[in-house]
Write a protein that binds this ligand. Structure first.
Ligand code: SF4
Length: 629
């Protein structure tokens, strides 16, 4: 089996059973790797109606066929489980060096079931796999645990950890690795915590068999060279994702004050340049990446000096402008705190901003909050996050995410609980971006930009009259973004489908998407590398995107099976977006009409081959060879 380590590691934490099994040929043939494996395994192996935080849930780690090989950015690890945030399909991925080391240890897939009897960590050293006690690590921060285990076991071990939030099963707890990398979304860290697993330590020293080693080496070198020659190569690395902050603010898409508006007047203080000027010590990249977008720096605030990786754009948006925190050191401090506590900064920022608005409107009292809190105040934000991670008082309610918190808090808080399916919205305010909004609404995991990003086309449509208009050219030609006309929603569906199939396709192969998305590495490189690795032909646009589409149907069926009354109503955006016009900034006055939401959903379901309630039809499932109910 070329391109794969060839094994699945199955651990039943309740019984202590550890099995090394051959990787299933059926998974490889039909689902290739990564996100394909996790979709198949979750549907087939999780018993219907399983409690996401119960022992029957599966925690799955999956690699792709390109992971760990000599080619650009082939180091993504895919994690999946039934999500405690949404009750449906959940996944999240991270870079760093963990997954490739799992593959070098011999495992393409790892499946955890059950629950360890005591706080534990997994020790994996090639064929030696042990469940070890971790009472001495429980209650400690993520990077603290990583350092302890590296010192105990050896620096060559790669470590995954959860923080206190994962231990207490906060619905947006993340998994941390490599002193600052996270798999943040869908509460994947809470599932690991529910299994009493504080960390996984792995060392791997084995080869991955490939079909054409010389060809792969030659093609890998050529792909690195191609990356270096791309016009965007030099421009991407300095600021990484943070480089988009001012653009988002200029086009009225920067979430501000719990998505009340989409523009702030302090974007210059929390952008990529501010990171370079104020924080940065060095660039930091994942395994084999030629365009390292991570920034490692030092945050200095009254709460102390902290070394931190980030903040990335999503953190700048959700912790920065969305909580009205306008100091880059303060944003970086919150980033550090979330990393230590093991909280996703996207959902973490969104939940704090929701809590601040509840407090401002009198829906949470000072006594419940434990102190007087306010927008833009570092102490307030730190206070709320600590309460959440410890599940203290109001923190216990907020720890379940904005959807469930609004159900408890009541009043009109459901109108400004910004989520889809229970997953908090990420960093792109979309009231005048219909394609982007539809992408968020229909994503299998809830409101996550990993699945679809068509904001540039929405803006081009609004300011240039066509989805293909080049926004950068329009800016250089002096386009005035002081007021942006209403974007047309009529033709967004094909664009959304294309992005929804393309963006997560890289999660199947096990590579980072940013080499393709940000610097324009052509798809033929992936086809050629896949052939050298596996000996199989892969047409990126035909075969890979077809599989990506198949996964959309499969995950939709998982959600239908697992979420009672699942259907169309789970695809609606929060009321704020169709009831409240944006009060300020270039998109002032815009909102998305509810009739437009319905129209877009009708067109989207029809194009997907789903019925009016958003459920795949029998014909669609047969067309994709999916024998699921
Ligand atoms: Fe990691 Fe960034 Fe490189 Fe992607 S572009 S592999 S996220 S460092």
């Amino acid at each position: 089996l070329y391109g794969y380590a060839g094994h699945t590691l199955r651990i039943d934490l309740s019984t202590g059973s550890i099995e090394k099994q051959p990787l299933k040929q059926e998974w490889v043939d039909e689902f290739i790797g990564g996100r394909g494996f996790t979709a198949k395994i979750l549907y087939d192996e999780i018993p219907a109606g399983t409690d996401p935080l119960g022992p029957d849930n599966r925690f799955v780690i999956a690699m792709g066929p390109l992971s760990g090989l000599f080619l650009p950015a082939a180091g993504k690890t895919h994690f999946a489980a039934k999500s405690p945030a949404t009750g449906g399909y959940g996944d999240s991925n991270m870079g760093g060096h963990f997954g490739v080391t799992m593959k070098y240890a011999g495992y393409d897939v790892t499946i955890l079931t059950g629950r360890a009897k005591e706080p534990s960590y997994l020790f994996i050293d090639n064929d030696t796999v042990e469940i070890r006690p971790a009472g001495h690590l429980w209650g400690k921060g993520s990077t603290e645990v990583e350092e302890i285990l590296k010192n105990d076991l050896g620096q060559e071990f790669q470590i995954l950890t959860i923080g206190e939030a994962g231990e207490r099963m906060v619905n947006f707890a993340c998994i941390s690795h490599d002193f600052g990398r996270q798999a943040g979304r869908t509460g994947i860290g809470a599932v690991l915590g529910s299994k009493n697993i504080k960390a996984i330590a792995v060392r791997g020293t084995q080869d991955i068999p490939v079909f054409d080693p010389k060809g792969l080496l030659k093609k890998g070198k050529a792909t690195y060279a191609a990356c270096r020659e791309k016009p965007g190569f030099k421009g991407w690395t300095p600021e990484g994702t943070a480089g988009i902050t001012n653009w988002c603010n200029d086009v009225g898409a920067l979430p501000t004050r719990n998505f009340a508006t989409s523009h702030c007047d302090y974007a210059d203080k929390i952008n990529g340049k501010a990171i370079l000027d104020e924080l940065k010590i060095t660039d930091k990249g994942c395994f084999s990446c030629p365009i390292p977008c991570g920034k490692y720096g030092l945050s200095k605030t009254a709460l102390g000096n902290k070394y931190v990786e980030g903040p990335e754009y999503e953190t700048l948006a959700l912790v920065g402008s969305n909580c009205e925190l306008s100091d880059i050191h303060a944003v970086a401090h919150v980033n550090w705190l979330c990393d230590e506590l093991g909280l996703d900064t996207c959902s973490g920022g969104a939940v704090v901003s929701f809590a601040l608005e509840c407090y401002e409107k009198g829906l949470i009292s000072k006594q419940e909050m434990g102190m007087d809190v306010t927008w833009g105040d570092l102490d307030s934000i730190v206070h709320i996050l600590k309460k959440i991670a410890k599940r203290e008082g109001i923190g216990d309610i907020l720890a379940n995410g904005v959807k469930k918190a609004a159900e408890k808090i009541g009043g009109d808080s459901d109108k400004f609980a910004i989520h889809v399916k229970g997953l908090e919205w990420t960093g792109y305010e979309s009231r005048n971006a219909p394609g982007m909004m539809l992408g968020y609404m229909t994503a299998d995991v809830g409101a996550h930009h990993n699945r679809c990003w068509v904001l540039g086309s929405d803006v081009a449509n609004a300011v240039g009259g066509s989805q293909d208009a080049n926004v950068h050219d329009l800016i250089s030609q002096g386009a005035n973004f002081e007021t942006i006309p209403k974007a047309d929603h009529k033709n967004v569906v094909p664009l959304v489908l294309k992005s929804q199939h393309l963006r997560p396709a890289f999660d199947i192969l096990g590579t980072c998407r940013l080499q393709y998305m940000e610097i324009g590495l052509e798809t033929h490189y992936y086809e050629e590398l896949y052939y050298c690795a596996t000996g199989k032909k892969l047409d990126f646009n035909k075969d890979l995107l077809h599989l990506s589409e198949k996964i959309w149907h499969l995950n939709r069926m998982f959600n239908k099976r697992e979420i009672p009354d699942f259907g169309r109503k789970y695809d609606y955006p929060p009321p704020r977006f169709y009831e409240e016009p944006i009060p300020s900034g270039p998109n002032k006055g815009h909102k998305v009409e509810f009739a437009v939401i319905e129209e877009m959903l009708d067109a989207y379901y029809a194009a997907r081959g789903w019925d009016k309630n958003g459920i795949p039809t029998r014909e669609t499932l047969e067309k994709f060879n999916l024998a699921v109910e």
